[in-house]
Ligand binder design. Sequence first.
Ligand SMILES: Nc1ncnc2c1ncn2[C@@H]1O[C@H](COP(=O)(O)OP(=O)(O)OP(=O)(O)O)[C@@H](O)[C@H]1O
Ligand SMILES: [Mg+2]
Length: 451
Amino acid sequence: MTLRRRLGVAIAALLVIMALAFGGVFLTQRGYQLSQLDERLAGLSANTKALVAMSTRADAGTGAAADLLTDVYVGVHRANGTLRTVLAPDADPTLVPRLLGNERDAGAVTRNTSSGITERVRLVEAFLGGQRYAVVALSMAGLEAQSRRLAIALVLAWLVVAGVALLTAYWVDRLGLRPIADLTAAAEHVTASGGRAAVQVESGNPATEAGRLGTAFNAMVATTAAGQEQLRRFVADASHELRTPLTTLRGYSSLYAQGGLATEEQVADAMSRMNAEATRMGRIVDDLLDLTALGDRAALDLAPVDLAAVLDDLAADLRVRNPDRAVAVQRSGRTRVLADSDRIRQALTALVANAVKYSGEGSPVELVAEKRGPAVRVKVIDHGRGITAAELPRVFDRFYRVAAAGPKGSGLGLAVVAAIVSAHDGRYGVESEPGHGSVFWIELGAAPIDA
Ligand SMILES: Nc1ncnc2c1ncn2[C@@H]1O[C@H](COP(=O)(O)OP(=O)(O)OP(=O)(O)O)[C@@H](O)[C@H]1O
Ligand SMILES: [Mg+2]
C-alpha cells in the first residue's frame, strides 16, 4: 500500500472513530437527561391523588399548585377512554398527550401531543381508584432543545477536526508525498529513455526532505546528461579523427588499384605515406585507450620516482635527436615522488614533444624539477610561438588544437597528460605568452623520506 493511501485510510479511520465517540457522548448525555425527567415523573406520580386534588383546586383558582407546578400536565384518564385535562403547563395551555392506550403500568413513556406548541411529552399513568387513572406528563421541549444544541456542537467539533485533518493530509501530500510520486515518475522516465532524457522535477522547498531529494535528483540527472553528452562528443571526435587517416589510406589503395601508381618510386612513396597514416591511427587509438584506462586509479603502479632523473633521461634523448637544440635540466631540492614511472615518463615526454613541436628549429628547451612545499613541480619551458589567452583554458581538452595552422597533431597529447596527472591526484597547468613561449607544469605529491 502506498504511503499516500495509508495516510488516507488513517485519516478516514480517525474521522469514523471520532464520529462514533461523539455519537456515544450524545446518547449518554440524552439518556442522563431522560432519566432525570423520569425521576421527577416517578416522584410526581407517587402522589397522584394529592396531585389531582391539588390540580382540581388549582383549576378553580383556589390552590397554590398552579404556582408550584407550572410545567406539569395532569389529566384524568377514564376506562372508557376519555381524557380530561385538570392542569396544563403554562408554556402550552392547549397541551393534550396523544395516548395509545397501553400506558397503564408501563412506566415512563414518550408520546406525541395532539395539540399545542409542545411536540412530545414524557408521561406516566398511575391508578387513582375506581375506573380512573391519572396522567402526569412533562414537556420534552427543554430536553430536545438541549439535545439539539449538543448535537450541533458535536457536529461542529467533528467538522473542525475533519477540516484540520484534511488540511494536514493535503499539506503532507503537497510537501512530502506528491514530490516523491513526481520523482518516481521522473526516475522511471529517465530509466525508460536509457538515461538519455534529462528530466528535471520541480525544485521543491529545500527545507523539506522531499525538496532536498528533488534538488539532488536534478543535480544527478544533469550530471548524467552532461556525462552522456561528453561521451557522445568524445566518440564523435574520435571517429572524426580516425576518419582522416582512413581516407588517406583508402585514397592510396584505390589509386594503386586503378593503376595510378606507375613507377616504383611512386609506389614506395605511397607506401611510406600509408605507413605514416597507419602509425598516426595507432597513436590515436593508443591515446584513446590510455584516456579510458586512466579513469581507473587502481591501474597505476606506484613506486618512488625521481622526477629530475626522468628529466635527465628525456634531455639526453632529445640531444641525440636534435643536436642543435640547447636542452638544460635544473633541479632544486628533493624531487622524488610516488608515481607510476611509465605513466609519468609518458606525460613528460608529451610535454617535451610539444615544446619541440611548437617552437622553432634550435630554440632552447628548459626542464626544471623543484621541491615546492609538500609537492614536486616539473616545468617544461619553451620559447616557441606561445598560446593566446583565449585558447589557453582549452589546450588540455580532448582533441583540442589551436586554430592557427601548425604542425599536425591529434589534440590528445595534453588530454592524456591531464588524465595521468589527475589519476595521481596531482595538479597541472600552463602559462604562456604568445610569441615568447610557454611553461607547462605538473605537480605531484613528494614521496615520504623513507620511501
Ligand atoms: N608548448 C606549446 N606551445 C604552443 N602551443 C602548444 C604547446 N603545447 C600544446 N600547444 C597547443 O595545444 C594544442 C593541444 O596540444 P596536444 O599536445 O594536446 O595536441 P597536439 O600536440 O596537437 O597533438 P598530439 O600531442 O596528440 O599529437 C596543440 O595543438 C597546440 O596548438
Ligand atoms: Mg602534443
